[in-house]
Design a protein around this ligand. Structure first.
Ligand code: C5P
Length: 313
């Protein structure tokens, strides 16, 4: 998705296509290559450290202004909630309230491609895309910093998807403190495996034991910056994996099997249930994906398997 007239580049997921009062905004998924829990906070959330990267798997939002104050959201698939519990709806309400313009309305159609309850940030990314698109079509003129402040009220991961150029970021606080991470010259290739089960973030955090001595992400970050998939694969880490695998053993089974297909490393993303493998290049990723699909035991439910890539500026 690139702006019409812009030079072709992969790393512009918030690219906005113009039309009369209308926008189409792409909302990418993310992977957590490292996620460590630092402490439990008095407000019930957890302080964490995470390296997040955006990947080329997108939802899309088609947004249009209206002459009334209705927020009319439709979704594909239609089974999705279109009410106040949808993060796109929440974002729209929060944005117009912040701007003091509650009379503004919009028609929004959300096409979901990013699996839900998968730890891929789909709902958060949709909310960020709604903030960006509505800020444009409602001509509110809010700065990215102002959008980031609203994002933090919607969910811990939303701010990441407002990162300029959206390639990678080192996220701290409860996830909402986002510092852009220097990306390598070439993107990384992954196999993404989405088992047919979802995991709720709150439930995974509830089972978590906060480590007395948190792991450092320094080696993982160095491997990322160096663009070294072998080192990156060795340094992958996610503290939420243990509790998630207790809740949903299929995730552990899939991760174990994926790791046995010869990638540089495999890990669960976020609070799960999706699992990914780091590969040397696209051909390696295709090979690992095929091997994973071929070797599926008859009693293992079929997962969605995709070959994806991180953004490179
Ligand atoms: O912020 P978000 O709505 O994504 O968080 C969902 C739930 O996950 C929170 O209600 C909380 O239980 C848990 N969480 C946490 N620490 C974080 C992020 C999320 O405990 N840093």
């Amino acid at each position: 998705m690139t702006r019409p007239g812009a030079t072709a580049r992969r790393a512009d997921p918030l690219a906005v296509h113009s039309g009369p009062g209308a926008r189409v905004v792409a909302a990418p998924a993310k992977l957590n290559l490292f996620l460590e829990i630092i402490a439990k906070r008095p407000d019930g959330y957890h302080d964490l450290e995470s390296l997040m990267v955006a990947i080329d798997l997108f939802d899309t939002l088609e947004i249009q202004t209206r002459t009334d104050s209705t927020l009319a959201l439709t979704c594909d698939p239609p089974s999705l909630s279109t009410g106040p519990d949808n993060l796109v709806y929440k974002a729209a309400v929060a944005l117009r309230a912040r701007a003091g313009r509650t009379q503004l309305g919009a028609t929004i159609h959300l096409t979901k491609r990013v699996p839900m309850q998968a730890g891929l940030g789909g709902g958060s990314s949709d909310a960020a895309a709604a903030l960006v698109g509505l800020n444009e079509i409602w001509k509110l003129g809010l700065t990215r910093e102002e959008l980031v402040a609203i994002a933090a009220t919607i969910g811990s991961d939303v701010a990441f998807f407002l990162t300029p150029d959206m390639s990678a970021a080192w996220c701290t606080g409860r996830g909402e403190v986002v510092a852009p991470e220097e990306p390598p010259a070439r993107g990384f290739h992954f196999v993404l495996v989405c088992p047919p089960v979802g995991l709720g973030t709150a439930g995974v955090y509830k089972r978590l034991t906060v480590p007395p001595e948190p792991n450092s992400g320094a080696a993982l970050r160095a491997a990322f910056r160096a663009g070294d998939p072998a080192a990156l694969g060795r340094e992958l880490f996610n503290r939420l994996e243990g509790p998630a695998l207790e809740l949903e053993p299929l995730v552990g089974r899939v991760r174990h099997r994926l790791a046995a297909c010869g990638p540089c490393g495999a890990l669960m993303s976020g609070s799960g249930s999706a699992v990914f493998a780091v590969c040397r290049d696209r051909a390696h990723a295709v090979h690992v994906a095929n091997e994973f699909a071929r070797a599926r035991p008859a009693d293992e439910p079929e997962s969605r398997v995709l070959v994806v890539r991180s953004f490179t500026p």
